[in-house]
Design a binder for this molecule. Sequence first.
Ligand SMILES: Nc1ncnc2c1ncn2[C@@H]1O[C@H](COP(=O)(O)OP(=O)(O)OP(=O)(O)O)[C@@H](O)[C@H]1O
Ligand SMILES: [K+]
Ligand SMILES: [Mg+2]
Length: 697
Amino acid sequence: MTIQTHPEPSSPGPTPTEAPNRVAAGLLDPTMLLTSLPDAARKLDPRVMFHNPVMFVVEIGAVLSTVTVLTGPSAFAWIVVIWLWLTVLFANLAEAVAEGRGKAQAATLRRAKTETVAHLLDGTEVPAPQLKVGDRVVVVAGQVIPGDGDVVEGVASVDESAITGESAPVIRESGGDRSSVTGGTKVLSDRIVVEITAKPGESFIDRMIALVEGASRQKTPNEIALNILLASLTIVFLAATATLQPFAVYAGAEQAVVVLVALLVCLIPTTIGALLSAIGIAGMDRLVQHNVLAMSGRAVEAAGDVDTLLLDKTGTITLGNRQAHELIPVGGGTAESLADAAQLSSLADETPEGRSIVVLTKRGYGLRERSDGELSRMSFVPFTAETRMSGVDLHDQGGDRQIRKGAASAVMKWVRDNGGHPTGEVGQTVDAIAASGGTPLVVAERAGGRARALGVIHLKDVVKSGMRERFDEMRRMGIRTVMITGDNPLTARAIAEEAGVDDFLAEATPEDKMALIRKEQEGGRLVAMTGDGTNDAPALAQADVGVAMNSGTSSAKEAGNMVDLDSNPTKLIEIVEIGKQLLITRGALTTFSIANDVAKYFAIIPAMFGGVYAGLDKLNVMRLDSPESAILSAVIFNALIILALVPLALRGVRYRPSSASEMLGRNLAIYGLGGIVAPFVGIKILDLLVSQIPGIG
Ligand SMILES: Nc1ncnc2c1ncn2[C@@H]1O[C@H](COP(=O)(O)OP(=O)(O)OP(=O)(O)O)[C@@H](O)[C@H]1O
Ligand SMILES: [K+]
Ligand SMILES: [Mg+2]
């Protein structure tokens, strides 16, 4: 077999841009703006605009103003109307540009959806789109996997570059936590049997396409809350503007409809209203560029507030390729008889651990293959995370014989329950292996009435490189890391220390993992979990952020709300950063938007009423040229600021690890103060230009 070891994505740094599903983050290049224009124009449809209350009000205002300007045209009114429409268009453009980047990625993904022929296990051939859930297909070296599924037989190296952009092949194998395969990826070596788990049209690539295109994007709870706030503000200003007219009439300063609309548009939070959806799309997009697919925006937001991260040990913190390394007999038995028992108990064990035991006993002890006749007299006990044992029952001439292997505590209990009395030698051997970070599997047999331990198998696993640094970084971000494992406490401690996690939970059953998450959540903490195994699925579903490794089982990927295509557990650092960045960006631009509107008040109110109430002229701090020029400058500024902030909305406000209060303080200072000052400067400059237009003033 020509299989390489699983490539380790150790560098979290910037991902290569040539990867198919990562489009260069080229922010707001002019061609992007131009190509997004048709989409932006299509979004002017009121049925679409309706979903964005703030901009919908602007659109209604623009329609109203257009109608009035047609009846009584003036240069001033025309320019206001044009800029009102531009305001709506710029908002749509922001969203269209954000979506455009996803569309480019979707186009690349569609190319991975090549039409393939599936070779069913029974020898028949069907086109891939006709595969049903539960079908078993054979895929050999050089063939494209016809659909999503789990490997149920064999092991192969697979080229997943079509979805991950990563050219190094990965191992996919039956039994273990690396069993799932994605349709559209290519088998490079060997032969596997895949059981199809996804209906055609609902495959992983289909879902990825829908995701990056934004088709399945729904507003997140935070976004909905913010939208309600913005809509309320809009209603308040709408009422204020509407009641202004009777007073104005009374004071002898009746206002034209365009002027009232201009006032309203300047006062309502158009900046954030225009950029809100682009900010959300860009957040999801940034995750895709890090090869993470978030199934919901809610998960991305939750990631920004995560307090505790749970990671499973095998395959997440370690390479996950636990290999039998040594056999240590106990109680005076021979290595050969231990090897024989170990092999018998592993013949039907499809886990990587089980297979490695068969390999070691064959190579190291020259044990022969078993004949079909022998096999027919055996009934195998598969490994489960609950029993933490596997084994075989032999129905032989000389009476029944049972062999079990598994976690020391589980097997020792089995020995005792069956009348055996394990000696201290077993415990010492187990502890010595565990203290070195290895996983001890005790092998025991029951022949006749009494059970006894035969020896211990030493399984070795390796901690992935760079783990300690990454956990240190998480600590600086205020995130506590906890390793959870089904392994024994000694092994767990050794690995936890080597990897540098804050805490660990050993001998955890799937229920324990879930209970731990519940406990953390009850304390008000947001919990993220990364895992790959079927036994991780309940916990992945319970976690606020459940990141499944793409290499993991289908059930793990179904349960989580994110999938990491690189299967790199420390990816959570980037995920948290992107989540935080999303929350900060939204907060910063909301602050900026509202502060901004306050300042515009000073431009427009004196312009409207300076003539009748001389006292109001004191508000005219900007000394603008004329009322018309003041109103125009405010409207133009209001529209241009949207365009100016699109790159920031797409790129996100820079995130540096720091406390929440520090961050809040800094943002208030920059975006609050900036939001107040910017319009004064901007409107003044625009006023100098606008006042040069003939017919204004
Ligand atoms: N094929 C197997 N046969 C018998 N016992 C096994 C087998 N594989 C693992 N074990 C034992 O069962 C224990 C629990 O396995 P489980 O897969 O639940 O957890 P784990 O892989 O050790 O840790 P993690 O939760 O990080 O995946 C292992 O620590 C090991 O002692
Ligand atoms: K505004
Ligand atoms: Mg496991």
